[in-house]
Design a protein around this ligand. Sequence first.
Ligand code: SF4
Length: 211
Amino acid sequence: MRLARFLDRTTAEGPGERTAIWVQGCTIRCAGCFNPHLFGPHGGVLVPPAELVERVLATGTDGLTLLGGEPFEQATALAAVAAGVRRAGRTVMTFTGYEYEDLRRRDDATALLAATDLLVAGPFRRELLDREWPWVGSANQRFLHLSNRMREAAASPDRLEVTVTASGEVAVNGWADSETLDALLAGGLRHGPAGAGRNRAIPHRPATEVS
Ligand code: SF4
């Protein structure tokens, strides 16, 4: 699969402490997307799914969050990663710009849906910008429990996580609007390779149960 970024541990990309994977490539191209550098299909690096499973399990985190780019444009490879992580007892949360109903009609999406515990579905729509619900960027995006394993997810608070390495590189995870990021970075911070903000925001958005 084509990997854009691997983050060992974060508390800003889903409930609990999670490993996060950003995939390279997205043909949906929502206006106002925070990660346009992940649109192209040729960036990132090619990594075998089995290697990613090993890296995720080695972190010891609660589970894996898949972000993009668009995970369902690499659904077969990511299904293998997600299934391997779940077999080890970890949870899987997947963000997608597609609607759940559309994914249900796609044969190539079946395995990744089956290996996902919590799906966050729908494109980013900047006219519906939402600063209150956790992890999503616009009010149309939905939480769907595809298993019973992450029922508390929708009640987790939002976070903006800033990491500064020993060399001074700064990475930002979680969701923030551009004004917040501008204020944050105005203090001489340099924006790292992160992809600050594919969705998220704040509490208690009701989740849909589909399992
Ligand atoms: S918000 Fe997500 S689905 Fe939309 S263009 Fe950006 S990466 Fe693709």
